[in-house]
Write a protein that binds this ligand. Structure first.
Ligand code: 5RP
Length: 230
């Protein structure tokens, strides 16, 4: 089955969690965009929901397709966030940020009563870390922050390349105006320790380890849909 079909299947299953009147967090990435397309069809058919987009890209798609939007300032408590992920590990710990939206994604997920993750089965892993960990950093002190991340990783017996994310020959800039470092540490056995160590570095704005946020993961594979819960 082609990857897009799997994304659509996961997104369609996620729609069953959406109820009339809900305040939604709306994720970023190709899988989340399939969800937005299906959601827009339901909205056109009369479903009344309002969404907080996790990126300018998602906001633009929602506007184009007629999904009503609000902001987290206007609507600071959300019922449900639906979002994709780059990896889904034990206890539904996630790596996110492949699309560069991790900061808003994490803020929105944390403001939601429930987070449902949608992905194809290939994103499900035994240990997080095959996918490079995105770390959103302030532009100021980039070199010092990179050294501090290397040191924090080394203290946890992790090592690997840390590269500045580029796009079109320029540094990728997030919706918040920050930069992204992609850290290829390999397997991350102790995600909580790495999360705490990264949060302790002043130049780190946020990182892509989502721990204790997702309650449900909908995984689409060739054999059908599998739902993991936490
Ligand atoms: C964006 C994300 C995405 O959810 C993640 O990269 C998965 O994207 P896709 O559905 O395109 O594979 O975290 O910051």
């Amino acid at each position: 089955m082609d990857p897009r079909t799997l994304k659509i299947k996961a997104a369609a299953e996620a729609l069953t969690y959406v109820k009339d009147g809900m305040r939604l967090g709306i994720g970023t990435g190709s899988t989340a965009e399939e969800f937005v397309r299906l959601l827009a069809e339901k909205v056109a058919a009369g479903l009344d929901v309002i969404g907080v987009p996790t990126s300018e890209r998602t906001a633009a798609l929602c506007q184009e397709l007629g999904v009503k939007l609000t902001t987290l300032e206007e609507t600071p408590v959300l019922d449900l966030t639906i979002d994709g992920a780059d990896e889904i590990g034990p206890e539904l710990a996630l790596i996110k940020g492949g699309g560069g939206a991790l900061l808003r994604e994490k803020i929105v997920a944390a403001a939601s009563a429930q987070m449902v993750v949608i992905a194809d089965e290939s994103k499900n892993v035994d240990t997080l870390g095959r996918f490079p960990l995105p770390i959103e950093v302030n532009r100021f002190g980039l070199a010092a922050t990179t050294i501090a991340i290397e040191k924090a990783a080394s203290d946890l017996d992790l090592s690997g390349s840390i590269t500045l994310r580029m796009t079109g020959g320029e540094a990728f800039v997030t919706d918040g105006g920050h930069l992204i470092l992609d850290a290829s540490f390999g397997r991350i056995p102790d995600t909580r320790a790495l999360s705490s160590a990264l949060h302790a570095i002043p130049g780190v704005v946020e990182h892509g380890l989502f721990l204790g946020l997702a309650r449900v993961a909908i995984l689409a594979g060739a054999d059908g849909i599998r739902t993991r819960t936490q």
